[in-house]
Design a protein around this ligand. Sequence first.
Ligand SMILES: *Cc1c(COP(=O)(O)O)cnc(C)c1O
Length: 393
Amino acid sequence: MSDVKRGREFLHTPGPTNIPHRVLNAMHQPAVDFAAPPFFNMARGCFEDMKPIFKTQGPVFIYAASGHGAWEAALTNTLSPGDHILLPETGNFSLKWGMMAESLGLVIEHLPGDWRHAIDPDAVEQHLREDREGRIRAVLMIHVDTATGIISDVPAVRRAIDNANHGTLLMVDTIASLATVDFQMDAWGVDVALAAAQKGLMCPPGLGFTACSEKALRAGQSARLPRNYWDWRERMSEEQYIRFCGTAPEHLIFALREALNMLAEEGLPAIFARHHRLASAVRQAVEVWASEGGMAFNAVVPAQRANSVTAIRVPAGFDGEAVRSLSRERFQVSLGGGLDRLRGDVFRIGHMGDLNDPMILGALAGVEATLQALKIPHGRGGVTAAIDYLVAH
Ligand SMILES: *Cc1c(COP(=O)(O)O)cnc(C)c1O
């Protein structure tokens, strides 16, 4: 085979995701005067139109930043040095957010997890009940932990906090869940929700978002962690240059505008249904692969398997990283690898954002070909099972 590659690359990393041509084309224009009405109004519309995506009436802040920036914004805007936070561990992303919090001077109380199960709300409740002095100021949860392919139940964690009669803030990382599965910031009593552009929102990497409740804003009034770039109070300004703490990332805003148009056209219920259907097709394939030879879903409980990404364990003695590299180099399907302690044990198929049936089938076919090429024991016919599912649903 020649080294020259033709045809389309299949991007199934769980971020960044495929950027639709409409979004790409929206960026192809000259820079503009950010203070003049056309851009000013466009940006203002984006701030407004992010609210129904989070399902909140509260303010949304947009940063030129990765998701990590949104993490830092959430923490520094609400907390003070020495504050305790409760970290129910679901995988690599909860761990990394916690490490960031620690580096900022916060004290982490860990709720250990095995990276194969969702957050246990009873454990959260129990831990909060034992915090009689109310030292814990925030619970940090990841809605979909992209490293493990597991979704945790936000309303259940809210109920756990309420049952414990605890005043902590609830912060939810929706980076890998927003616009793929339902999220209701206000109805679910979430105080800070954060997201990034390059996953369900179908945009280029480079924008981070935080949405916040009144309670979170109030906490911000007395929060003493140093902050400047991230500061919500500054960013409440009507002046564009202050709102973005500098020059607006204009082209990313052009992209976001078009992506928001696309999300509105399809509608959130249809978007969630599409993600569920495509994810189900992936799961059908994995069921077949796992039916013999030792492959398995990383998420043990079926109801906890996320609609945005599937993490698949390879049998003992095989290397998930080999799956990832052969699939990319030979079959032109880019997958996610195992992160941190899952490295080598899993590979991940991202299925969020701008995707349709043949794209999913193409990715599954690439994976199945890779399994066969690497002689990884697996049940044959995963792609056929996915086709059967898609035809029937
Ligand atoms: C991708 C991801 C992040 C990190 O986002 P970056 O833009 O890479 O900083 C954090 N949390 C979750 C759940 C993610 O999926």
